[in-house]
Design a protein around this ligand. Structure first.
Ligand SMILES: C[S@@+](CC[C@H](N)C(=O)[O-])C[C@H]1O[C@@H](n2cnc3c(N)ncnc32)[C@H](O)[C@@H]1O
Length: 257
C-alpha cells in the first residue's frame, strides 16, 4: 500500500528537523508540495533546501498550485471546508498519478502538523473519497511557538497555570477572560495593537529561525508601535511575514513566572 509521511520540519531553521524527520525524508520516493504563490516561494525553496540537505541523491518533488480560498466569505467555516475539499482533490490526483502502489510520499509541514495546519484533516478527506488507498504516519516537528519561547528564553507556562493558544482573529475581541498567558498565531492584522490592557508584556517574533528573524519584547503599550512599524517594513521588503507572540500579564509573583 502507498504510504504518506506528514513530516514536521520546524519553523524555518533547517537544523530544527528531528532525527526521526531526517530518517523519514530518506525513505521518500516523492515529496508533494502545494505552492502558495510567488510571495511565499521562498518557503517552497526552503523546503527544497531541507530535502537536498538531508536526502542523499536527487529527490522527486511534485508541486501543485494551492486552490483559491474565499477569505471574505460570510460563512467562514463553510469556506474553509470547501477549501479543504479542493485541496483533497489536488492531493488525491497527485497520489494516484505520482505515487506507485508501494511508493512512499512525503508532505513537509511547517512547524508541527498538529498546530494550525490542515494537512491531516485534508488527508482524512482524501481517504474518505476512496479513490486512492494509503497509510499515514506523522512525524512531529518544532513549532513556531517553541521557537519563539526558545529565542526569548521564556517559559510558556507559569507555575501551575495554563497557557492559551489562539489566533489574531479571536484576539481582536480582547484578551480571553481569566487567562494571563496567551500565544497568538495567524495574526495578519496585528490585533495586539488595539488591546487597551496596561499590564501586559509582549514577546514577539517574526521569521523565527530564519536569517531575517526579528525579536521584540517588553511592555505591550511601549513597544506596540515599534512592532507595527518593523512588521510593516519587513512585510513590504519580503512580500510576506509570519509572526507569533506571547502576551503575558504582569503579576506580583513574578518570581513564579
Ligand atoms: C498555518 S500556521 C502553521 C503553524 C505551524 N504548524 C507551527 O507548528 O508553528 C502559520 C502561523 O504560524 C506562525 N509561524 C510559523 N512559522 C513561523 C516563524 N518562523 N516565525 C514566526 N511565526 C511563525 C505564524 O503565526 C503563522 O501565521
Amino acid at each position: 500500500m502507498r504510504k504518506v509521511y506528514v513530516i514536521g520540519i520546524g519553523a524555518g531553521d533547517p537544523e530544527q528537523l528531528t532525527l526521526q524527520a531526517v530518517r523519514a525524508l530518506r525513505e521518500l520516493d516523492v515529496v508533494f508540495v502545494i505552492d502558495k504563490g510567488s510571495a511565499k516561494s521562498e518557503l517552497v525553496e526552503l523546503r527544497q533546501l531541507i530535502c537536498s540537505t538531508h536526502i542523499p541523491g536527487p529527490v522527486r518533488v511534485v508541486t501543485a498550485a494551492d486552490p483559491e480560498r474565499d477569505r471574505d466569505a460570510a460563512d467562514y467555516t463553510g469556506a474553509v471546508a470547501d477549501w479543504y475539499d479542493a485541496r483533497a482533490e489536488v492531493f488525491a490526483g497527485m497520489f494516484a498519478t505520482e505515487l506507485d502502489e508501494s511508493g512512499v510520499g512525503g508532505i513537509l509541514v511547517w512547524g508541527d502538523p498538529a498546530l494550525y495546519d490542515s494537512t491531516l484533516r485534508v488527508l482524512d478527506r482524501v481517504l474518505a473519497r476512496g479513490d486512492v488507498a494509503f497509510s499515514v504516519e506523522v512525524v512531529p516537528g518544532i513549532t513556531s511557538v517553541q521557537a519563539l519561547a526558545a529565542r526569548h528564553r521564556v517559559l510558556l507556562t507559569r507555575v501551575g497555570a495554563p497557557v492559551h493558544i489562539t489566533t489574531g482573529r479571536r484576539l481582536a475581541a480582547g484578551m480571553p477572560a481569566d487567562l494571563d498567558d496567551v500565544l497568538v498565531m495567524l495574526d495578519g492584522k496585528a490585533a495586539f495593537k488595539a488591546l487597551p490592557d496596561t499590564d501586559l508584556d509582549i514577546f514577539w517574533g517574526a521569521y523565527l529561525g530564519m536569517p531575517d528573524e526579528i525579536l521584540v519584547a517588553g511592555d505591550l503599550q511601549d513597544c506596540k508601535d515599534r512592532i507595527v512599524r518593523v512588521r510593516a517594513e519587513a512585510r513590504e521588503r519580503k512580500g510576506w511575514i509570519m509572526d507569533t507572540y506571547l502576551l503575558r500579564r504582569r503579576r506580583p509573583d513574578a518570581d513564579l513566572a
